[in-house]
Design a protein around this ligand. Sequence first.
Ligand code: ANZ
Ligand code: ZN
Length: 955
Amino acid sequence: MIYDPKTIEEKWRSIWRDENLYETKDDFKREKYYVLDMFPYPSGDGLHVGHPKGYIATDIMARQKMMEGKNVLHPMGWDAFGLPAENYAIKNKIHPDAAVKKNIIRFKEQLEKIGFTYDWSREVKTTDPSYYKWTQWTFIQMFKKGLAYESFEPINWCPSCKTGLANEDLEDGHCERCGTLVEKKPMRQWVLKITDYAERLLDDLEKLDWPESIKESQRNWIGRSVGAEISFPVRTTDSTDETDGAPDSSDVIKVFTTRPDTLFGVTYLVLAPENDLINKLESKVSNFSEVKKYIEAAAKKTEIDRTAEGREKTGVELKGLTVINPATKEEVAVWVADYVLNDYGTGAVMAVPAHDERDYQFAKKYNLEIKQVIGPYCASTMSPVREGIKIVPRKMINCILRNPKTDEYACLKWREDFGWTTLIGGGIEADEDVVTAGLREIREESGYLNVKFVKSFGTCFGGGYATHKKENRFSSNVGLLFDLVTDKKEEVAEKEQANHKIKWLKRDEVATFLNVESSIYLWELFLSNENLYTGEGYLLASSKYDDLTTAEARTKITKDLGKAVIRYKLRDWVFSRQRYWGEPIPIIHCEKCGAVPVPEKDLPVALPEVEFYEPSGTGESPLANITDWVNVKCPKCGQDGKRETNTMPQWAGSSWYYLRYIDPNNNEALVDKKKEKYWSPVDMYVGGAEHATRHLIYARFWHKFLYDIEAVSHDEPFKRYTNLGLILAADGRKMSKRWGNVINPDDIIAKYGADAFRVYEMFLSPFTQSASFLESGVAAAKSFLNRVFILKDKIADNAELNNETITLLNQTIKKVGDDINNFKFNTAVSALMILSNALADCESIDVKSYSILLQLLAPLAPHITEELWQSHGNKESIFKSSWPKYDEKLLVSELTTIVVQVNGKMRDTFEISSSSSEEEIKQTALDRPSTQKWIEQKEIKKIIIVKGKVINIVI
Ligand code: ANZ
Ligand code: ZN
């Protein structure tokens, strides 16, 4: 008999179906395993060979867990609402429901051929009224808890899809579906308060066995920022005001900052163009028409346009008013600029150009003051701070003395035993300002008398151990630039001369000459002329907060002058769509009672038939035109009311489908409590990485809400999750109709069989990596299966495997089990190839060993293994057999060969159990006459043993 997948595969699939082999029972006494795929959209194109990769992996897992005796749940269903299905339906002029039905039949046909273990009696479809009844029910529970609310904020609007979108639906400011640039459009919408769950969504990531990369993208999406809210009182600069410039107590501008430590460096404030305060302040703003024009222009820009790095910043000052910096009591100008967004923080920013990149660019452009209040810490590496010794603070100056005629710079070379090379500098004395100190130091150290102060360009802190004073120093170092006017100079004192010499260097020689960190930092600062420092350090020019670390200062300044707050980047979930093909939002609007939820007994609110389901584009859903559906009585007061006509987004139904598989036909509850408790959480979930900050955030939120209302018993839905890498076309591109590179699994299976297809997709690459699909690889997988098939001819009654092969068999049992659990299917396949080759090399093989090979291969290639299993005397399915166990003792090969050397020359060999000790190896070697012959009773000086390999006897 030859290996013919066609007859084998169809035969077994029909037997499995007849025997209900994959029916999952709620057998609460057995240990459960719930393995889940992200369910597909049944699109009109059907499956290509890339789609089943994850399904094959979970199927392998499911089959292996079945063989381990677990009660396995491995369901499948359809995510059939939403834009893809609707757009397909519009394009092909069929009702979305009819299109979905047709597409599902096609998908199922394709999936069936691959030989999956789905229990189709648990199939769910998000578009079934009996399913979306519970999507609507959950919405109503959220509404009752204040978590679903109506909002009129401007939202993302896709002009091509003609619907509002959530932030999660955007990719770089474009519609994730169609790629169109998204606009901001103010409109009424339903929003879910996912932000109430931000903290738990963030904290509970710790509990999850998920790839770190996915957790990290969720963390970034949630975007927790710890900071402070600080209030700046508004002051009108109109001096005729009788309050005479005193703060007008009614108006304050609140800002959110993550850097309250920079408060003393605030040189202006910025409001977002949409900030309501601007209109409130209208009467005080003397150039309001100019401001208004700017705001109108900003409204036309996208968020990406406004915030993209390196984009030219624009803004307009609000003339006629200032605010008071609560720390310095100084007046600060207020601007409106579109680099500030209205929906983050308070929509207002305290600008600190010396320490914030965006503010810096803005200040440069509009010539606003840049005031340094943080200095970096430059630790000395030549003489590091020593533990446990007191730290003496010092105020110092570092001078760059320039000869403008030659562009040369005076530096100091210190005595050999100090070894320093620095700028000119020293401590500031009690009665001195920095310039006086600089002039004095230059005179003392270089003798030059005629120098001119140019500017002070920045400060840094330094720290190190001062050997000559036996103390640690913490210094602030102000950088000053001086120009040499004439070279008139006096004699430098002997004491100074003994310590250091002046060296004049060219501009490009200085950097390599200097070796003290603070000098190097200041020199580079001087060269770059960029007084922007965004890092941590110590405070300066901040009165009583001077010399505090930035971290200490954040706490202190927040406490004294602000209020600690935590902000999240996560926004509430814009939950309504102005489209037809979605779950109707179960709300009735009543003039008297407002928004009233549909009574639970009236659920589901079924999606009515319409004549035209194309979006209107006006922001109204096509449902708005069906008057007899829209007009209903208010459930509360009985007066005339109107149904909500927005529908839910595509992500609604997919946020909880995994719960419905547990109890798909329940009409009384979303899921039965006992069943839920047994099956939850999902043990293994597999899907695409693109869902990291969409579905996987929404589902976690939805689930946590259900947990809070005690509808489910666990607070996280998916215990373990893994990404899958894409399968690309042979040309390295994604498979797509557009590129004409789609391969249909039906064709591959017709040619090579489903088992070869499955084995190939798993062998192709590590599971999480992408790789190109090559038909030649499927052919190779088929010939591997063929080798297993013909191996059966080697089975003999009294066959016994040699020790080496027994070891390999045990190793393979362990490896394949571990690999499947760790999603390393490619190495599981190669281990099985090695084993089958080793068996092929044997004279004959016993039926038991052959059966083990079949069992190990069964999850990957279920049809061929079932065929061979049952044709070798087994009456029941291979998937009802127990997963093979390995013998720990047999994992290392039993005997190893030891080489005996005498004085490094090989003289003998012998075999010994590989688990034997060094002492045993030594004794065995010495007892052997063939070894003794070479030792000749001489004294043994030393014995060296290389475990498992060599014993060297030195005489
Ligand atoms: C002053 C400051 C000084 C800031 C400094 C930073 C550095 P994250 O970390 O992303 O939360 N900011 C606050 N609200 C903003 C808004 N609506 N639009 C644009 N920018 C806004 O960012 C918080 C920082 O972003 C805040 O801290 C604020 O600038 C700015 F040396 O305040 B910072
Ligand atoms: Zn779109």
